[in-house]
Design a protein around this ligand. Structure first.
Ligand code: ZN
Length: 218
C-alpha cells in the first residue's frame, strides 16, 4: 500500500514536470514569434522621399520604379498578370526590371509548379523595408564621411582651384602664384571655419532626415 502511494506520488511529480516542460516550450515559441514580427512601413511616405525614388530609378529605371510602386500598392502578384496590368507586351519584358530590383533585394519571388507542368509560375512582391535600410545606410555613411573630413579640415585655411577643386595650403598657393598646377585655374581662399560650419549644417540636415525616416517605420 505504502509503495503504491509512493509510486503515485512519483507519477504526479513526473506529470507536473511534463506540464512545466510544455509550458516552457510554449514560452520559447512565443518569444521567437515576437522576434520575427515584421516591421510595418508607411510606404506612402517612403515613396514620397526623393532619395528613395532616385535610388530605385538608378537601380531599375523609371519603369522599374513603376513596377516597384505597383507591387507595393497591390501586394504579391503573379508575373504574367503583373506584366498585363502594367501593359508590358510579355512577361519577358517585365522580367528585366524585376531582376534589377531583385539584385538589390527590393523585390522577392515565390515560384510554384502548377499541375506537374514543366514550368514554374512566379509570384513577385516588394520589400519596402529593404529600401528604408538602404536609405538609412546612405545617410549614416554620409554623416560618417562628413565628420571625418571635418577632422581633416580643422587644420587651417586653404585654397581651392575653381576648375578641378584641388586643394592647396597657403604656402603652396603662394609658390604657384595662386594658380592651379593642373589647369591654371584660379585658387580661391576658403576659410576653414566656413567649411566646418557648412559641414555641420549638412550633418544636422542628415540627422533630421534620419529622424524622419524612423517615423516611416512603425
Ligand atoms: Zn585645377
Amino acid at each position: 500500500m505504502a509503495t503504491k502511494k509512493a509510486s503515485n506520488k512519483v507519477k504526479k511529480v513526473k506529470a507536473k514536470a511534463k506540464v512545466k516542460k510544455v509550458k516552457t516550450l510554449k514560452k520559447v515559441k512565443k518569444k521567437v514569434v515576437k522576434r520575427e514580427k515584421k516591421i510595418v512601413i508607411d510606404t506612402n511616405k517612403l515613396l514620397k522621399l526623393e532619395e528613395a525614388r532616385k535610388y530605385v530609378i538608378d537601380v531599375a529605371g523609371e519603369k522599374g520604379l513603376e513596377v516597384f510602386e505597383f507591387l507595393i500598392s497591390k501586394g504579391e502578384m503573379e508575373e504574367n498578370l503583373l506584366a498585363k496590368k502594367l501593359k508590358f507586351e510579355k512577361a519577358n519584358a517585365i522580367r528585366k526590371f524585376l531582376y534589377r530590383l531583385y539584385n538589390k533585394n527590393l523585390v522577392s519571388y515565390r515560384k510554384v509548379r502548377k499541375n506537374n507542368k514543366a514550368w514554374y509560375t512566379y509570384f513577385w512582391s516588394a520589400n519596402p523595408g529593404k529600401l528604408v535600410f538602404i536609405i538609412k545606410d546612405m545617410y549614416e555613411d554620409e554623416i560618417k564621411q562628413t565628420k571625418k573630413s571635418m577632422e581633416l579640415n580643422k587644420a587651417e585655411d586653404f585654397y581651392v582651384c575653381d576648375i578641378c577643386n584641388r586643394r592647396y595650403d597657403v604656402n603652396e598657393a603662394l609658390q604657384n602664384d595662386f594658380r592651379c598646377r593642373n589647369d591654371g585655374g584660379v585658387l580661391t581662399h576658403v576659410e576653414s571655419s566656413k567649411v566646418l560650419e557648412d559641414k555641420q549644417s549638412r550633418i544636422d540636415f542628415l540627422n533630421k532626415k534620419l529622424h524622419a525616416l524612423d517615423q516611416i517605420v512603425k
